[in-house]
Each structure stands twice: as C-alpha cells, then as structure tokens.
Design a protein around this ligand. Structure first.
Ligand code: NAD
Ligand code: DAU
Length: 332
C-alpha cells in the first residue's frame, strides 16, 4: 500500500493524474492538497470523490504540509500558478506558490525523509529559434522568459539543491505543453474550442507562428508514474510527444475538425516576451524508462478532447466568463 500526496490535484494535470492513479493502482491511498484557486475545481475529481482524501489548503501552510507529508510515502508536487499571461500581469502569486510553496514541500520531505517528484515545465529553458532542429535537453541551461517560467525555474533549482546537499530523494520532470479534458479555458487549446462552441472566433497571438510541442495529459501522467516508480534519484527527465506545431496550424486543425473554414480566426496583439518555440528531446525517459506516448500527435488526441468540451459545458461556462473578462483587460 502506498500513501501518495498529490498537491494541486484539483487542477488540470493533477486531477487527471489522480483519476488515472486510482484507475491503475486502486490500492493507493491518495490525499489531494489543493487551495482551490480560480484554477482548481473539485468537480474535476467528482468521479473519485469517495476514493480520496481531499484537503482544502495551501502548499505555503508549513504546518499543514508537514503533517500531510508525514502521513505520506510519496509526494507528487503539481500545485502551481500555471498561466503565463497571468504572471505577466501580476507575478506575486507565482513567486509565492511556485517558489515558497515548493520550499515548504522541500522542508517537510527532508524532515520526514519522504520521496518527492517535482512537476515542472520546458519553459524554464527559454525558447528556441523557429526554424532549427535544436531541442531542449536535460543539460540545456535555464533561461526563463516570463515570471511564471522564472518561478518554476527557481523551484527546480531548489529541488536540485535539496537533492544534492541534503540527500532529499527527489526527481524532477519538465514537460512540454499539455492538452486534454479538464484544462482551464484560459489555456490556448480549450480557449479556442470553447470559443467555437460559443459561436465566437479563435484568437491567435501575433501572427500565430509560435511553435509548441503538444503532449496529451495522459501521456504526461504515465511518464510521471514511471519516474516515481523507477526514476533515478536527483535526476531530471524531459517529457514531450515530439509533435511540434505552430499555433496557426493548431487553430486551423481545430476549425476544420469542428466543421468551420480554416481561416475563421482573428489575430490579436502578441504576448510580451512571447517564447518562439519549445521542443523537448525526451530520449532519456524513452531509453531509460521505456516511455512512449499513446498519442504521438495532436490529430490522435484532439477529437476526443473537443468532444469532452462539447459534452461538458457545465464545467467550463462560468470559468470562461471570468477568464475572458481577464483577457479583455489584457487586450487579448
Ligand atoms: P492548473 O493551473 O490547472 O492547476 C494548478 C492547481 O494548483 C489548481 O488546482 C490550484 O488550485 C492549485 N494551487 C495553486 N496554488 C496553490 C497553493 N498555493 N496551494 C495549493 N494548491 C494550489 O495547472 P496545470 O496545468 O494542471 O499544471 C500543473 C503543474 O504542471 C504545474 O506545476 C505546471 O507548472 C506544470 N506543467 C504544466 C503544463 C501544461 O501544459 N499545463 C506543462 C508542463 C508542466
Ligand atoms: O510548455 C509548457 C507550458 O505550456 C506550461 O508550463 C504552462 O503551464 C502552460 O500554460 C503552457 O504555457 P504556454 O504559454 O505555452 O501555453 P498557453 O496555452 O498559454 O499558450 C500556448 C500558445 O498559444 C502560446 O504560444 C500562446 C498562444 N496563444 C494562447 C492563447 C491563450 C494564442 O495564440 N492565443 C490564445 O488565446
């Protein structure tokens, strides 16, 4: 029996992780710690409501974190402020949750000698030129562009330092862009799906030429399980499907798949400091741990995600009104 503490388990990736963990490992005792910020939603855990312990609380609350970590064998740390545009507008919660929150987790796992897996992002590496074969590797120097990326980079460096200097049993993973069900409609793909379902036009930043590598959330979570089970302590693993696409290609694909002309979108002002391209070399996790994405490209995973948003408007409708109000303030 494994007692697993999942921070940020009411968010997009965390909730998918909790559901898939219980489906594949029903013997696990899962505790979710989540502050239920604007991004968290308990309804994302409805199907496992009776199978988990849910604690409504803050990762910066050191006393609470200490107790929950003591009661666990392994901690998977997803909790974060996750949206780049929000961080550019108001960085404070990113510094607090992503940096101080990770410090709070580190203190507790060190004190109680628990296993930690820290979830991070490829954005810590900055960006790559649009037209180059280059990809990030685990050795690429950190060069974050946004307050979000800088706060995640800080958290990664803390975890690495605690692993090296205090022998904390930690691993890290830096994943490319995720898509899947239960993703907040502030994010690119669900924002465009929800727009089309609301008879509005998708919005592309700048000329829509920036490139992202799209990885299905279930493939990300399979990778996390492999690392928790068999990853080398102190190591970092990059995770990415290899499917790179410009934002314009993604919107065109979406529009066509939803029965609309491929050019039925609008261009809106660009994001400041907008990273051009992300691409991960995930050779290490593929070779060492045998990870393979079930959804090797977006065309394989996207239709079911569109269907999910079509069938679950109750989940995103109200949140969309709030996030679109925030976007109006930003002019995007
Ligand atoms: P999300 O914004 O959907 O969810 C974040 C969750 O953390 C929410 O449930 C929120 O309530 C909770 N939270 C925020 N502040 C908290 C606090 N102080 N205490 C406790 N809980 C708090 O984010 P996501 O997209 O699911 O991302 C999860 C993790 O994965 C983050 O660490 C992010 O950096 C990383 N990541 C995300 C992506 C992506 O494409 N979404 C890719 C790579 C890595
Ligand atoms: O790479 C991993 C990261 O991916 C994660 O660490 C972040 O938590 C996650 O939010 C995501 O960051 P991005 O900034 O890449 O994702 P976002 O969904 O905000 O935007 C994806 C791309 O689409 C980016 O180039 C900006 C663009 N965009 C976004 C929105 C919301 C648009 O063109 N139009 C939009 O309306």
């Amino acid at each position: 029996m494994t007692r697993m503490l999942v921070t940020g388990g009411a968010g997009f990736i965390g909730a998918n992780f909790v559901r898939s963990t219980l489906a594949s490992r029903p013997e696990y005792e899962v505790t979710v710690l989540d502050a239920l910020t604007y991004a968290g939603d308990r309804r994302s855990l409805d199907s496992v409501r009776d199978d988990i312990r849910f604690v409504h609380g803050d990762v910066c609350d050191e006393e609470l974190v200490d107790r929950l970590v003591r009661e666990s064998d392994v901690v998977v740390h997803f909790a974060a402020e996750s949206h780049v545009d929000n961080s550019l507008h108001h960085a404070d919660p990113f510094i607090r949750t992503n940096i101080l929150g990770t410090h709070s987790i580190l203190k507790a796992v060190r004190r109680h000698e628990r296993r930690l897996h820290h979830i991070s992002t490829d954005e810590v590496y900055g960006d790559l030129p649009l037209d180059s074969p280059e990809r990030f590797t685990e050795e690429t120097p950190y060069r974050p562009s946004s307050p979000y990326a800088a706060s995640k980079a800080s958290s990664d460096l803390l975890v690495r330092a605690w692993a090296r200097s205090y022998g904390v049993a930690a691993t890290l993973s830096n994943c490319a862009n995720n898509y899947g069900p239960y993703q907040h409609v502030e994010k690119f793909i669900p924002r465009q799906i929800a727009a089309v379902l609301s008879d509005e036009r998708p919005k592309l930043y700048g000329a829509g030429l920036n490139v992202r590598e799209w990885t299905h959330v279930d493939d990300h979570n399979t990778a996390v399980h492999l690392i928790v089970d068999r990853g080398r302590l102190g190591e970092t693993y990059l995770i990415g499907s290899g499917d790179e696409r410009s934002n314009r290609e993604v919107v065109e694909l979406l529009l066509r798949s939803m029965g609309l002309p491929a050019d039925a979108y609008d261009l809106v002002p660009d994001r400041p400091g907008h990273d051009l391209r992300y691409a991960c070399d995930s050779t290490r996790i593929r070779q060492e741990l045998g990870w393979r994405p079930v959804f090797p490209d977006l065309t394989a995973g996207l239709p079911a995600v569109v269907d999910w948003y079509r069938d679950n408007q109750w989940w995103w409708d109200e949140r969309r009104q709030q996030s679109e109000a925030r976007y109006r303030l930003l002019g995007r």
